[in-house]
Design a protein around this ligand. Structure first.
Ligand code: HEM
Length: 470
């Protein structure tokens, strides 16, 4: 099997027998892929374990595959670590078929129905900022790590949609939930080991991988158990004409007997929303804070704009955003420079396809390198430099680039993009309005701007800072 590849298949590195190129992916697989793509072309293949995958490494090929040929490129490969638990349920990893279509449509409508993109969601996020700001205030100017509290703030927003209520930050169940959502995708070593198990499933039974697999399963079980308790409470108080949240809306579909709306599907859907919506947005806010520490002049510009447009104590509204070009440019540059999900979620071809003259057979797993688009010198001047000004024209206006695609493209693009954009803007401006962020006075160094990503969520290393109340 080693040398045989389908006729016309894209060229690419093979690596070593059984493992393929896995050992050569390194701490930043997205960078390795981009480097190889300069040798093999933007549409290239790679031997991953015993299978040949395809990787897309420029905007053109990603757009042509995910948008133009979306019916062919929107599937999801079966990855053993996830499949042992998901069993074809949820939203993130189910194939591009009838179940995904009905669940995606339901998800979008329900998020909208419970306020995403509207004033009511703005108010929920604003309420969360008051708890977050109070927590930061309670640190009394001493150094602290914002990592866990930002996860709590973003998870609480998701909880308010799916569960109708926010969680208190010291609530025991909530802390168990946060503990179970974090610790794998945001840990580079664990994430690398997880990807190895997905590509060479035999490892799932071999120490030390088997220990990690057991830990992942335990975390998934805990999330499901907590979601199950919440669903049971909802069932007891459910009223068809008064839908309180995502769970009620789902129960209504289920009680009407609509295909795909089952207890199991609901639990996995909730788990995916909590998982996909917490780490990502919290990570984006963490990187933003780290940039404020590195570039005090950028922090000053953001504050000047916030004070001028919003004011010191006016609640932040999304309508302010269009008058805040520097803030928009800052957010866009963080999303570009620290691509939060560098390789998106693996796609799969559901039909035989052709891309850039190459043949890609049905059922080929496809890695979409979003990081490559954000760091391609063909699109960006000095991509390795953090520069919000690249999105500002000489009239001081914000200029959008179609080459910033942190939420990916096509029908499988991030389901929570609108929610994430609301959270990022409101949290960020509210933090800037209330605090000046400075380096931890006890640490001689600033947090590094790079840390191993190992391919899923690009999280910063653990860090601390201090916040001076304004
Ligand atoms: C900064 C924040 C976020 C970033 C950068 C981000 C990015 C992404 C990316 C790159 C994908 C994969 C797209 C693909 O497969 O091509 C994705 C999928 C997804 N995201 Fe997000 N995301 C963020 C926040 C959220 C939030 C807040 C939610 C909660 C509702 C969410 C829910 C999802 C779901 C459910 C999917 C799977 C969609 C599907 O397979 O149909 N994300 N996200």
């Amino acid at each position: 099997y080693w040398y045989k590849r389908p006729k016309g298949f894209p060229p690419g590195p093979r690596g070593i027998p059984f493992l393929g190129i896995i050992p050569r992916l390194g701490n930043f697989p997205e960078k390795s892929l981009f480097k190889w793509s300069k040798m093999y072309g933007p549409v290239m293949s790679l031997r991953m374990g015993r299978k040949d995958w395809v990787s897309l490494n420029d905007y053109d090929s990603i757009y042509k595959a995910l948008s133009k040929q979306h019916t062919k490129f929107s599937g999801r490969p079966v990855l053993p670590v996830f499949a042992q638990f998901n069993q074809g349920s949820g939203i993130v990893r189910i194939d591009y078929a009838a179940l995904w279509k009905s669940q995606r449509k339901f998800g979008l409508n329900t998020l909208r129905g419970f306020g995403v993109g509207k004033r009511s969601m703005e108010e929920r996020i604003l309420k969360e900022t008051t708890f977050l700001n109070d927590w930061i205030r309670s640190q009394n100017g001493n150094a602290f790590s914002p990592v866990v509290v930002l996860h709590k703030a973003t998870a609480s927003n998701i909880a308010s949609i799916i569960y109708g209520k926010r969680f208190e930050y010291n609530d025991k169940t909530f802390n168990r939930l946060i503990d179970s959502i974090t610790g794998v995708y945001d840990d580079a070593d664990a994430n690398f080991a997880l990807q190895c198990m997905n590509l060479a499933p035999v490892l799932m039974h071999v120490p030390p991988f088997s220990k990690l697999n057991a830990l992942i399963l335990e975390k998934y079980r805990t999330i499901l158990e907590i979601c199950q308790q919440i669903v049971e409470q909802h069932k007891k108080t459910f009223q068809e004409d008064e839908l309180r949240d995502f769970i009620d809306a789902f129960l209504k579909e289920m009680y009407e007997g609509n295909a795909g709306f089952t207890d199991k599907q609901l639990l996995h859907y909730l788990r995916h929303l909590l998982g996909a919506g917490t780490d990502t947005t919290a990570t984006m806010l963490n990187w933003s804070l780290i940039f404020l520490l590195h570039y005090p002049e950028v922090q000053k510009k953001l504050r000047n704009e916030a004070m001028k447009i919003v004011g010191r104590s006016t609640p932040v509204k999304m309508t302010f955003k269009s008058d805040m070009p520097y803030t928009k440019a800052f957010i866009e540059e963080v999303l570009r420079y620290r691509t939060i999900v560098p390789l998106a979620v693996a796609h799969k071809t559901n039909e035989n396809s052709e891309l850039n003259g190459h043949v890609i057979p049905k059922d080929t797993a496809v890695l979409v390198n979003l990081w490559a688009v954000h760091n391609d010198p063909d699109y960006w001047d000095e991509p390795e430099i953090f520069k919000p000004e690249r999105f500002i024209d000489d009239q001081g206006r914000f200029v959008k680039s179609s080459h910033v695609i942190p939420f990916s493209l096509g029908p499988r693009h991030c389901l929570g993009e609108q929610l994430a954009q609301m959270e990022i803007f409101i949290f960020l401006v509210s933090l800037i309005q209330n605090f000046e962020f400075v380096p931890d006075p006890n640490s001689g160094e600033l947090p590094p701007l790079d840390s191993p990503s190992s391919g899923f969520i690009f999280t910063p290393p653990p860090y601390t800072l201090a916040a001076k109340e304004l």
